[in-house]
Ligand binder design. Structure first.
Ligand SMILES: [Zn+2]
Length: 343
């Protein structure tokens, strides 16, 4: 009788584990769509990259992560029969730039020079940030694997540069970039790659979002690709370090000749969408400046500067007030050390 009950409970546990396990292992949404000519956009859930097929091989952008990169490599091999010759990074962030090692047997890696500093070994001895201090139960100023929660738990191995099973303040400051294959070729302002009669130019976008962000311009396809800075019918995640840096970056993109606006997240669009994002940044800037000029408080400006023209954009309802606060702090000179990392 006792044995039967135990067996029943075990069977029930197994069933629950199987059901919840099946739920957690939803396969990622992946696909490849043609943009124009030999230019394709590839998807991994809500992350996107692009690649251009030439007779001599492929020029691609962000590898996104190792698992996706393996999938993409196999798809490319079976569909196009040519190897990936170039991986051109939009910026260093782990969720776009990880996994490039999958293409290291055939490809050269190109990124802005500032990527190298961002990927350098952890340096100095900065204190743990506030959220990590909360995890540090034994108060040794380090986060052990068992203490980690949230993003540090999920990506522990990507933070743990020296693989000692603890994460330090310096490793957290560096970020979860341990699977980013560093660029072997770097540039400062712009860099053009040519292959099989095709061209792609990378242009540095300044300091918006991250100080190593570049837009990829495909002149013959009249397309641009930018992850995290260019958005289509979607407000930027944050306006770090300043709204001025964002206006500068969108102005660089909008000055290019293109029709296809390809993004690292969500929708792709057209040049009009890139112009809309620039106009949003200019509208929020002038709106906040006018409010400050009229002696209004931040709360009053947040209540009156509705930016209705962008009401249909993704994140308008969740980020409009935060953007106004960020622009207000920049203009008042009270913005605390703003950090990048929002996408
Ligand atoms: Zn990013």
């Amino acid at each position: 009788m006792r044995l039967t009950t135990t067996s029943f409970v075990l069977a029930l546990c197994l069933l629950v584990a199987l059901v919840s396990g099946a739920g957690a292992q939803q396969p990622p949404a992946r696909g490849i769509v043609n943009v124009t000519g030999q230019l394709y956009r590839a998807q991994n859930n809500n992350h996107y990259t692009v690649f251009l097929v030439t007779p001599d091989g492929i020029i691609m952008s962000d590898p996104i992560n190792r698992d996706f990169a393996r999938w993409l490599k196999a798809e490319i091999a079976s569909r196009f029969k040519v190897p990936v010759r170039y991986v051109l990074y939009t910026h260093r962030d782990w969720d776009h730039a990880s996994g490039g090692v999958v293409f290291a047997d055939t490809a050269e890696f190109v990124g802005h020079r500032n990527m190298l500093a961002a990927l350098a070994p952890p340096a100095g001895n900065p204190p743990l940030p506030a959220d990590a201090v909360k995890m540090d139960a034994n108060r040794n100023a380090l986060v052990e694997r068992a203490e980690a929660t949230g993003a540090i738990a999920e990506r522990f191995a990507l933070f743990d540069y020296n693989r000692d099973e603890v994460v330090s303040g310096a490793e957290i400051a560096r970020g979860s970039v341990s699977d980013v294959n560093p660029p072997s070729v770097t540039f400062t302002d712009r860099h053009t790659v040519t292959l099989g009669g095709k061209r792609v130019t990378m242009i540095h976008l300044g300091t918006a979002h991250a100080d190593d962000s570049s837009v990829l311009h495909f002149p013959d396809e009249r397309a641009v690709f930018s992850a995290d800075i260019l958005q289509v019918k979607r407000l930027p995640g944050g306006l770090a370090p300043t709204v001025g840096a964002w206006i500068d970056a969108l102005a660089i993109i909008n000055a290019l000749d293109f029709e296809h606006a390809l993004t690292g997240h969500a929708l792709a669009g057209t040049k009009k969408d890139a112009a809309d994002t620039l106009r949003y940044l200019e509208d929020i800037s002038s709106g906040v400046a006018a409010g400050i000029g009229a002696g209004r408080s931040l709360a009053e400006i947040q209540k009156t500067l509705m930016l209705e023209a962008y009401k249909g954009f993704e994140r308008w309802d969740t980020t409009r007030e935060a953007h106004i606060a960020a622009v207000y702090a920049t203009m008042k000179g009270t913005r605390p050390g703003a950090s990048a990392g929002t996408r």
